[in-house]
Design a protein around this ligand. Structure first.
Ligand code: HEC
Ligand code: HEC
Ligand code: HEC
Length: 349
């Protein structure tokens, strides 16, 4: 065996180790076994899951990929009706989803929904409150117990189906969190976040925990991205996308920066975006890089459209202390990649 093939074998092994650790987000992400319902282990062994390779995208019972939500506690958050609709045609529930339509027959759907219903856990709320040292601590324990990590990331743990929550305490107020957690689809009808039917006491604890998230886990997220980059490459645009996701710019500027997030009574110069957070998918054609830098560093509070009306709920946070110069440069390269090419004048010979 030549040195070269030895090296490439070594890098393949390293690559697999990294993939495995990224998949599970290290030991910290391994769910406690007592948190994984027995039906999750059974689902993992089932013929349907094996044949359709659901674990390329989903983690089930500590095994699988990071593209989709962790499914261990799916029965806690989705009704049998919702799950049946989802399996019949995911794209009809969430337009543009990466989940394929497997064209299941009714018997397969019934079998899968049967597993999902049993993948439910009794949340030990009373015990959590009895053992917690503070409302924030209770909130953190509830966050784990409800497996909010199935769709959300904090630092290097969790998934990014919903916004990364590493900085959520900086961009949203606790009052806003309370309203949101009470009933997400009531606040935003097309949201993919389910209603967990939380009690007021649980909402109070969860919102106070979320409010403590002011970037203290940022380095863990950053290191994980660096590891990813080291093995998988991707360059400045990919790094910029990681930054966009870690700071969850999309939680206000819409998925992929495409806008569409309501911001009642906000004024913008462009008439079509009045009452909304401006999209970012063409911002590099409209603003110079230095103007964009300035907003990201110092933040921006939108003017009111009707001066007697309410303050718009969202303002662009000030990220100056949190974001590095390199991250800012990568972010701008990522934003440029979203924009359609600027019209070019051709030289006529
Ligand atoms: C190519 C990736 C991919 C594959 C393969 C895949 N899914 Fe999904 N699935 C997703 C994504 C992504 C979502 C979340 C919706 C979104 O963000 O678009 C999802 C969502 C779900 C949900 C809802 C989760 C929740 O928390 O609400 C269920 C249930 C589900 N998938 C089951 C399955 C099953 C069962 C299989 C195998 C038969 C499977 N998926 C295969 C990508 C995939
Ligand atoms: C099935 C996936 C899923 C699960 C599970 C989930 N969320 Fe979400 N969450 C989302 C999505 C998607 C959004 C983005 C809302 C939107 O714009 O549609 C979101 C938004 C949020 C936000 C606002 C974030 C921001 O940056 O503004 C908070 C806070 C939140 N979720 C908390 C929670 C908590 C707490 C739990 C557990 C009780 C939870 N989520 C479970 C998908 C999920
Ligand atoms: C809490 C919601 C929120 C978050 C999170 C957020 N923004 Fe903003 N952003 C806004 C609002 C609201 C405006 C409009 C401000 C105004 O009208 O002056 C804005 C404006 C901007 C603008 C100017 C756009 C224009 O067309 O005028 C840029 C650029 C921008 N944000 C970039 C970012 C980036 C990059 C991130 C992530 C690092 C981010 N924003 C995160 C709410 C947010």
């Amino acid at each position: 065996m030549t040195i070269k093939t030895k090296l490439s074998n070594l890098s393949i092994v390293l690559f697999l180790i990294v993939c495995a650790s990224l998949t599970n987000h290290g030991h910290s992400a391994k769910a406690q076994d007592d948190q994984i319902p027995a039906a999750a282990h059974e689902l993992l062994q089932s013929q349907i899951v094996q044949q359709k390779a659901c674990t390329t995208c989903h983690t089930i019972s500590n095994q699988g990929g990071t593209v989709g939500p962790i499914l261990n506690q799916i029965g806690n958050r989705r009704s049998p009706d919702w799950l049946t609709k989802w399996l019949k045609d995911p794209n009809a529930v969430k337009l543009g989803t990466k989940m394929p339509n497997f064209r299941f027959n009714d018997a397969d759907i019934e079998e899968l929904v049967g597993y999902f219903q049993r993948m439910k856990r009794v949340i030990p709320t009373d015990q959590i409150f009895a053992e917690a040292t503070s409302p924030e601590d209770a909130g953190e324990k509830l966050f784990k117990a409800y497996d909010c990590y199935a769709c959300h990331k904090i630092g290097d743990r969790g998934r990014i189906i919903g916004p990364d929550l590493t900085w959520v305490g900086k961009r949203k107020t606790q009052e806003w969190e309370r309203v949101w957690l009470k009933d997400p689809p009531a606040y935003k009808p097309d949201t993919f976040m389910p209603n967990f039917h939380l009690s007021d006491r649980e909402i109070e604890a969860l919102s106070s925990f979320l409010h403590t998230l002011q970037g203290q886990h940022n380095d863990a997220g950053r290191q994980e991205e660096a590891l990813f980059q080291f093995f998988l490459g991707g360059g400045a645009k990919q790094r910029g996308q990681f930054v966009f996701e870690r700071f969850a710019c999309w939680s206000c500027h819409g998925e992929g920066g495409h806008g569409g997030i309501k911001n009642p009574n906000a004024y913008t110069e462009e008439e079509e975006y009045i009452g909304e957070v401006p999209p970012l998918d063409e911002v590099t054609n409209l603003m110079e890089p230095d103007e964009i830098r300035e907003i990201v560093i110092n933040g921006a509070i939108p003017e009111k459209n009707d001066s007697d009306g309410e303050n718009p709920p969202y303002a662009c946070p000030e990220w100056g202390d949190s974001i590095t110069e390199d991250e800012l440069n990568d972010l701008i390269i990522y934003l440029e990649s979203l924009a359609p090419p600027k019209p070019q004048f051709q030289l006529v010979e």
